[in-house]
Design a protein around this ligand. Sequence first.
Ligand code: GDP
Length: 423
Amino acid sequence: MKTVKFEGKTEQEALEKVRDELGLSAIVVSIKKQRKRGLLALFSKPIVIVTAAFAEEEDNKDKVLKAAKKAAESAAKQNLPVMPDILDYKPPEGPFTVPYTQPPNFDEGKDIQIAHQKRTIQQLEDKILAAEERFANLAVAAGEKIEEPKPKYTNDMIRMFYDSLINQGVMPELAEGIIEEANLLATNNTSPDINLMVKIVYNKIMGILNEPRILVGNREDGQVAIFMGPTGVGKTTTIAKLSSILILQENKQVGLITSDTYRIAAVDQIKTYADILGLELRVIYDSEEIYKNVVQLKRNNEVVLIDTAGRSHNNKENIKELSGMLSKVPESDRFLVLSVTTREEDLLNIIKTYETISDFELIFTKLDETGSFGTLLNICFLTGRHVSYVSFGQNVPEDIEVIKPDKIAKALMGTGFDAWREA
Ligand code: GDP
């Protein structure tokens, strides 16, 4: 008995080589997959190596069997008696005579049959092994695909806070920082104090949402407040809201100035509000005029509010012009009005630009349009700026209020914008 190895790209290819070279009587001893050695092998497909055994003396038997088969076929064509199964066939010693009538010797046929059965069993075993290996690989691959990502936080309460912050648009790294301490408490205790966890998260958010520093109308000795910011964010509407609150709720005398003369509609808009509220309005076309008008208005009013032209913060000329105007009114409070609907990256750029010319408080508008507080929190965290007011609709004066960090913290922790509005 000799063994020979045959290589093929597939199992079938290798087996065909065995059959072609050794004939049907060869016994397949093993079928193995093998990768070539070396680094490049990682990128190559494995080859299949089939080891086949054969007995040299059986070569003749094979030839005889082939001849017998041919004879049987020819006999069948001539309508001669059907031959027994080829494997049971005992070949004659000498030249054939057809039809062959001598009863077959089953012993020799059985040897061949057993050899075939062994080979078949071996092949089946190898196939089962290969299939098992393939299934195992598939299971691993499938397992990797469908494996659920491990939840970041195991405590339900912590997960709820995290999800809520993310849903509100809080940056993931900030959300993680906010709940980090409470999460430690949750993971280091078998029954953590839930109230304490809530308190920790709440205080973290409150620490980011600064209390308002400056409000309109709060200065004892009168106040000049300048409103800056991009066009369309709601500067004029905010001024209208604040003026009416000061007049109707706080009985203050308010005077208005607008330098937003680039758009006729802008002047008309503030004029309409001034008429309705019975306020004195000055329209200035040159920043040189600002000081004189402020002085005059201050004589009769406790608060003077100044609307400025928005335009692009990228336009250096505009920023320079605004800077010139601010320098004429040094004793003024400045508010940068921003909409939470603006992309955070843009908000940061706008803030950076205005920081080059002035200090200011923030006013966030259009909270109603996003319904979330994430942007507000992210910007406070990233800039450390204080927010004085939040605006959440077009109704004058109802849809504005002094920022209440506690309300926003609670909304961020789960109740959301609607609950915030009702609170
Ligand atoms: P300005 O160019 O900055 O002066 O902006 P305006 O005051 O003219 O406002 C631009 C638009 O935004 C107007 O249609 C306002 O009614 C609207 N607006 C202002 N504030 C808010 C707000 O808080 N929420 C919503 N939804 N709209 C607002």
